[in-house]
Design a protein around this ligand. Sequence first.
Ligand SMILES: Nc1ncnc2c1ncn2[C@@H]1O[C@H](COP(=O)(O)OP(=O)(O)O)[C@@H](O)[C@H]1O
Ligand SMILES: [Mg+2]
Length: 248
Amino acid sequence: MNIMSTLTIKNLHVTLEAKPILNGINLILPQGKTHVIMGPNGSGKSTLGNTILRHPSCKIARGTIAFGKNKLSSMKTDEIARAGVLLALQHPQAVSGVSVTNLLTIAIRKFSVKRKDFKMAHFRNDIKETAKALHIQDEFLSRSLNDGFSGGEKKKMEILQLSLLPAKCVIIDEIDSGLDIDALKLVAKQITKLRARGVSIIIITHYNRILRWIKADRVHILHKGKIIKSGTQALAKDIEKNGYSDYI
Ligand SMILES: Nc1ncnc2c1ncn2[C@@H]1O[C@H](COP(=O)(O)OP(=O)(O)O)[C@@H](O)[C@H]1O
Ligand SMILES: [Mg+2]
């Protein structure tokens, strides 16, 4: 990774349909670090991820989001993705008539326009290899994306995409829900590879479970749209054992 970029969120206030959801989020994620965001249902975790990618229904009322010199809070979603900031959705949508291979080959062209050493044949091979590592069968690579896929298959597709695009910072929203333990291990392995590549990672999760296989640098608890506590990985363990009630 030749460009070091810190994700900096300053005093972020966000509304959804005029309802305040995020109420002053401050977060600094240095390049290459892994942060975890935990919190009860409805605390605003997905809203935070969606806002970083500028989902149109998340209105920024105050504050800024920057990634290195890119001011994400005034950029469009496709520009943010091209800056290397990607989101794995909690609820991936089905895209009829578009396979993951179609999607990835179109996306990689947008990323690699200036790269002379880029070879589509190599990239197609990378898709197959990464799918194999995730135990995704070949037929899923040519079927309409997420159309009739199980919860676990959709989540694997999200990780497949993050693994193959030149990401610098990824937000992974509840990848662990809907995955059985074997699938979770495979997904955690891919996330660890991203980390080893120097990608910055935000893992949004309910459970400490995934952190058995992924090392986190920092854990934050989100409640009612605010980070109410930050700590080490021990904080996630404590929450698994005792719940959120000690903190909220
Ligand atoms: N489109 C919407 N309009 C209004 N409120 C919404 C909308 N989507 C989600 N919310 C509300 O925003 C809050 C935060 O939701 P979300 O970010 O999905 O929480 P989490 O991911 O932490 O479970 C919840 O109270 C939810 O009901
Ligand atoms: Mg959510």
